[in-house]
Design a protein. Structure first.
Length: 117
């Protein structure tokens, strides 16, 4: 669970998002503010929905920066770029990944829904 901070309250990207990465695989995207409105820590993890919140099967983190006020651009490691776009409502779209965060093919690209919405 993310800790609330005054700087984060007005930040539309900050939060925890859930998605589906396969028929029996859930995934989450956690976006935390490092520098208000400029730099973010992004964590992607996968889990088996029936065992959540057990330890993640795959977990990668990276740093991203906000471009043009609406697109987060970063890397989960060397050669592992990603982009996050704001969609309708509180949803985010993860894209431009290589779909292999931990060396195994996983459907990372897609829509993630804000937890609690």
């Amino acid at each position: 669970m993310l800790a609330a901070s005054p700087a984060s309250a007005a930040d539309f990207i900050y939060g925890e998002y859930d998605g589906t990465c396969g028929p029996k695989l859930g995934c989450s995207l956690i976006v935390e503010t490092i520098k208000t409105g400029k730099t973010y820590k992004v964590t992607f993890e996968t889990y088996v929905p029936q065992t959540y919140p057990q330890p993640a099967l795959c977990k990668v983190s990276g740093v991203a920066t906000l471009h043009k006020g609406k697109v987060l651009v970063g890397e989960f490691g060397p050669g592992k770029p990603f982009e996050i776009l704001k969609a309708r409502n509180s949803d985010m779209i993860l894209g431009k990944t290589d779909n292999s965060p931990c060396g195994e093919p996983i459907k990372m690209n897609g829509v993630f829904h804000m937890v609690g919405d």
